[in-house]
Design a protein around this ligand. Structure first.
Ligand code: C2E
Ligand code: MG
Ligand code: MG
Ligand code: MG
Length: 286
């Protein structure tokens, strides 16, 4: 019996081995195809932006949109950002992609303005790698001129991942953007490296509270404690708070009562195509 059991487990091991290598091989092939596709994605126009509305819940109005990048691979189809963005970074093309996103968003804002929707402010996610690019501020300035972007109508969102860079470099980057009239929002606060010291020193306009802290409110006491503390800290330190991933009415009412100014989440709207944003802004009905 012992022999048989040993034999069976060896067989099983062999099968598992095949299973893993097949899975792995498929995954590696997929990754290689995506990487190959991404290299030409900008020139072949395989990227597009979708826009998720941000609401000012104290005044009950739409405040702007966050631009979110989408990639359609010619053979595989839609690839989620959490899969393709790390691959752009790994392959050193994230700066080029970020510049594409910025230009596209600026162009879109101008287009909306011309079409009579007013100046819809747009939040753009900025990859941590552009911080080291000395020419980046110049490129932003150039796009602002090209599309006549007015100061105070664009916002760059940095994540905590940015803080792996030299901190003085990060602050100097933020100050340069602010000089151009671009607001700074700090995303995923509380998830990674950020400390009170960073919050104190960074010239930020908005702090984004991660969905993981919103998910269990108003139920969980500890999550409420964290959110309420961040909200009062924000008042004292002089920035606004955006709560991300608001999905229910209970969450919304709670945040409204606690004085949170901005929310974003499926409760109001998922990310929308530019055409749907136009309808939403016309009807003011999301
Ligand atoms: P993020 O910046 O934190 O963006 C919010 C993500 O949460 C988006 O996912 C959005 O669709 C999703 N979301 C919004 N409301 C809800 C909600 O109520 N419930 C749930 N479950 N999810 C919600 P998405 O579009 O898949 O983007 C994922 C991440 O990819 C972004 O997280 C951001 O880190 C990154 N990303 C997207 N576009 C860009 C970009 O243009 N540049 C850079 N550097 N990163 C980007
Ligand atoms: Mg974001
Ligand atoms: Mg976020
Ligand atoms: Mg997040």
């Amino acid at each position: 019996h012992a022999d048989q059991a040993l034999y069976q487990s060896k067989e099983k091991g062999r099968n598992m081995y095949h299973f893993f290598t097949d899975e792995l091989a498929t995954q590696i092939t997929r990754t290689m195809e995506i990487e190959e596709g991404l290299r030409q994605a900008v020139s072949k126009e395989h990227f597009h932006l979708v826009y998720q509305p941000q609401m000012n819940i104290q005044e009950g109005r739409q405040a702007g949109v966050e631009a979110l990048l989408r990639y359609t691979h010619p053979q595989i189809g839609m690839i989620p950002p959490l899969e393709f963005i790390p691959l752009c970074e790994k392959n050193g093309i994230m700066n080029e992609v970020t510049e594409w996103v910025i230009r596209e968003a600026f162009k879109q804002q101008k287009e909306w303005e011309k079409a009579g929707y007013g100046q819809i402010s747009i939040v753009i996610n900025i990859s941590s790698s552009v911080i080291e690019d000395q020419l980046f501020p110049e490129t932003v300035q150039q796009y602002m001129d090209e599309f006549e972007i007015r100061p105070g109508t664009m916002e760059f969102e940095l994540t905590e991942a940015t803080l792996v860079n030299n901190i003085d470099q990060v602050y100097s980057f933020m100050h340069k953007m602010k000089e151009l009239g671009i607001g700074i929002s700090f995303d995923d606060a509380g998830v990674g490296y950020s400390s009170f010291k960073n919050l104190k020193d960074m010239p930020i306009d908005k702090l984004k509270i991660d969905r993981s802290y919103i998910m269990d409110i108003p139920l969980k006491e500890k999550d409420r404690a964290i959110i309420e503390s961040l909200l009062s800290l924000a008042v004292r330190l002089g920035f606004d708070v955006v709560c991300e991933g608001v999905e229910t009415k209970e969450q919304l009412i709670y945040l409204q009562e606690k004085g949170c100014k901005f929310v974003q989440g499926y409760y109001y709207s998922e990310p929308l195509t530019k055409e749907k944003i136009e309808t939403a802004w016309l009807n003011q009905n999301i």
